[in-house]
Each structure stands twice: as structure tokens, then as C-alpha cells.
Ligand binder design. Structure first.
Ligand SMILES: [Zn+2]
Length: 402
């Protein structure tokens, strides 16, 4: 019944006139947001449990959220995404405000495009798709293995297969690259996203990307990364935007990669916290520290493996541990996908499974190129063609980035 009620609220607000979509500004905290909108802090923050309070620190800058208002101008409900699967829902019922976390309803589509290079892969993808995100993902995926500047020629071809989530009819969150091809001087280079979450080339060798070291040596993992989990006892949705390493108070914490300290200080949820910005849009986060290494400050450069602080239990924490987070372009990703010592070469069963997956993607890419070439011959502009659920050229991409 309650679900139905929420659904009704959601539908009326979406089709009503009073829904505003805004972007979460950088540096804005959840508490600032409540105060700005004159919303009551006690039911919407101070009375929440620790995990929920912690989640409110996960709202990322730039995310689009919705506020719906009654005719009087009073806020009736708010949806704020925490990641691409879970969102905060604030709603008014019988004159009181409530907080809950609810799944994000989204549709995932597989799309693909191909184009001939006129200027550069980046510029051409933006021109073709209207998406800076797709261009960024494509270029960064080949960055460590190929030299576009040196080896690309005008007229070379590229192709990309990716998954895009849609929320309320608009592209939502970062697309996931599934396979990509770029031709350079007549030779085609491929990368594929394997089921293990890592990228490989056509020879089943892992593409070397951003590699992180372990932030706490020899520690046991006490909690894993999850975007959305239903807690069966509390009957609430939860997310854990990092990995917890259990270790005794005072255990040294090492920078997982080289980079610059962009935050060092205290936050209510994460306690003593350090954030380090790395190359390619990666950022690591080290929370609940007992103390920081002396002399470390905002703007300091740290090297991979260098001690930055010591394990503690500051902030909303139940015992000494390191909460270690990894973000790419502001969005939390699973650190364990990136923490490793060396690149992998697939063999045996793993290689067989990968080759099967690879041949499916190759088929998609080849069909798409053939189809696009056919269209080009017919004089159909290449930008109208998209791939969806195995059908080609069914529709335009619905919208540009959101
Ligand atoms: Zn944690």
C-alpha cells in the first residue's frame, strides 16, 4: 500500500507542473541543502541511523535531482540519486517530512555507433553523439595502449558498443563501454570489457590502465562495495560506496596511487578524511582516520605507497577500520576492480569465455559498420543510426548528456 502511495506521488509529481530539476553544486552538503530549502533537520538528518547519515555524504556534485512543490510553494517531495541504482527520497505526508532510500527506476540500453575520423576521436564523437561522456570514455580507454596523435589518419574508422541507462527518458549516469575499435593505418585495435570487470585486447591480454596499490597492508576486508542492497531486517535499502579494511588503531594507511591531496580534514560522517585526486578522473578517499601524517596538507603531492595517515574510528564508525573509496568522474566504483599488482593474461576456461564474449561484440561492431556503410551509400547521414537490442537504426539517441 505504501509502495503504491509512493508511486502515486511520483507519477503525479512527474506529470504535474511543479517539478524542478537542478544540479547539485560542488561543495554543497546535504545539511546545507536542507537548510537552504527550510526543511526540518531532525527528521531528515539527525534522527536517521548512522548508515543513512553516512549515505547523505555520498551525494555527488553535478548530479541532477528533482524537487516537486505544491501550489503553495511548499516542497512535497525530492529525489536525489546517490549512484545509478539508489536515490534518497524525501516526502511530505500528513504535514510531516520523511526520509527513505529507494531504488532508481531506469532502463538500460545497448547502443553502438561508428564513424570516420575527421578531426579527432574526441571531437568527432562529441559531434556525432552530443555526449562528452562517451568521447571521454572512448579516448581514455585507449590512452595507455595507443598513440592517437602519432598514428591516426583522417578517414580511419572507430566504433563503440556501450550500455546507457535512461531515467525519466533521459540518459543517466556514465555509460559503460563494452567494446571499442579504432583503426589506425589500416590496422584495427580492439578493447573489450570482460565479465571480470577488466578491459582486454583481442589477444586476451589486459589493457594496462589505472592500477591501485593496497591502502592497508595485510588487512582483512570487513565490508564490500555495493550500490544497492536490501537489508532484510531493517527493511531498508543500503549502499556501501567503498571497501572497509579492518585493522587496529594506528595501522599506517598508504596512498593507493600517486596524486594530489584535494581534501584533508573532518566531516561528520567520515571523520578524519583524506581525498587524493589521481590522473584520468580517479579519486581515492580514506575515512575514519585516527590521525594524519604530519605536514600533509591540501595540495600536497603524495606518491603511491606513501603513508598518509593512521587507521582509527572517527566520524560515524563502530570500530577501527579504513573505509576506502574510489571515484571515477565523481561516481563511486568498486575499488577492488582496480586494486591489483600486475596486469592479467587470460588463459584456459577464462580465455574461452572471453573469446566467446569477444566474438559477440565483434559481430555487433561488424554489423554496425556494414549497416552504416550501406546507409552512407544511400546518402543517409551517419548520425541517425543507433543500435538497440540487436536492431539497427531504430531510433536516434534520445537526448544528450544528463
Ligand atoms: Zn565503509
Amino acid at each position: 500500500m505504501r509502495q503504491l502511495f509512493i508511486f502515486f506521488l511520483f507519477v503525479t509529481s512527474i506529470f504535474g507542473a511543479e517539478v524542478e530539476t537542478s544540479r547539485w553544486s560542488s561543495g554543497e552538503t546535504y545539511l546545507m541543502f536542507l537548510e537552504k530549502n527550510s526543511l526540518p533537520l531532525r527528521p531528515l538528518y539527525y534522527n536517521l541511523d548512522q548508515d543513512e547519515q553516512q549515505l547523505t555524504e555520498e551525494i555527488y556534485s553535478g548530479v541532477h535531482y528533482q524537487i516537486s512543490k505544491e501550489k503553495s510553494g511548499e516542497i512535497s517531495q525530492i529525489f536525489i540519486p546517490l549512484n545509478d541504482e539508489l536515490q534518497i527520497h524525501i516526502y511530505k505526508h500528513n504535514g510531516e517530512y520523511f526520509f527513505e532510500t529507494v531504488p532508481i527506476v531506469s532502463e538500460t540500453r545497448t547502443e553502438a555507433f561508428t564513424l570516420k575520423i575527421e578531426h579527432s576521436p574526441y571531437l568527432d564523437i562529441v559531434r556525432e553523439t552530443g555526449s562528452v561522456k562517451l568521447a571521454t570514455i572512448f579516448v581514455s580507454s585507449f590512452k595507455h595502449s595507443l598513440n592517437f596523435k602519432r598514428d591516426l589518419r583522417k578517414g580511419d574508422r572507430l566504433a563503440m558498443v556501450y550500455e546507457q541507462k535512461y531515467r525519466l527518458g533521459k540518459p543517466f549516469s556514465m555509460p559503460t563501454l563494452k567494446a571499442a575499435m579504432i583503426e589506425m593505418r589500416g590496422k584495427q585495435h580492439y578493447i573489450y570489457l570482460n565479465d571480470d570487470g577488466r578491459f582486454y585486447n583481442q589477444d586476451a591480454n589486459e589493457i594496462e590502465g589505472f592500477l591501485l596499490g593496497n591502502p592497508v597492508r595485510g588487512a582483512r576486508i570487513s565490508s564490500y562495495f555495493t550500490k544497492r542492497r536490501f537489508h532484510p531486517i531493517l527493511k531498508k535499502y543500503r549502499a556501501h560506496s567503498g571497501v572497509d579494511y579492518a585493522a587496529s588503531r594506528g595501522t599506517p594507511i598508504a596512498a593507493a596511487g600517486s596524486g594530489r591531496v584535494v581534501f584533508i580534514g573532518y566531516t561528520r560522517g567520515y571523520g578524519k578524511l583524506i581525498k587524493v585526486q589521481h590522473e584520468d578522473g580517479y579519486m581515492t578517499l580514506y575515512a575514519h582516520q585516527n590521525s594524519f601524517r604530519k605536514g600533509l596538507k591540501n595540495g600536497s603531492y603524495v606518491k603511491k605507497g606513501q603513508i598518509i595517515g593512521y587507521v582509527g574510528s572517527t566520524g560515524l564508525s563502530t570500530g577501527p577500520h579504513l573505509h576506502f573509496g574510489l571515484y571515477k568522474n565523481n561516481q563511486a566504483i568498486d575499488p577492488l576492480r582496480v586494486v591489483q599488482v600486475a596486469t592479467k593474461k587470460l588463459s584456459g576456461k577464462d580465455k574461452t569465455a572471453f573469446l566467446q564474449l569477444k566474438s559477440n561484440y565483434d559481430e555487433s561492431i561488424n554489423l554496425h559498420i556494414a549497416n552504416e556503410t550501406k546507409h552512407a551509400k544511400l546518402g543517409v547521414p551517419q548520425s541517425v543510426c543507433y543500435f538497440y537490442n540487436g536492431e539497427f537504426c531504430v531510433q536516434d539517441r534520445l537526448n544528450s548528456d544528463s
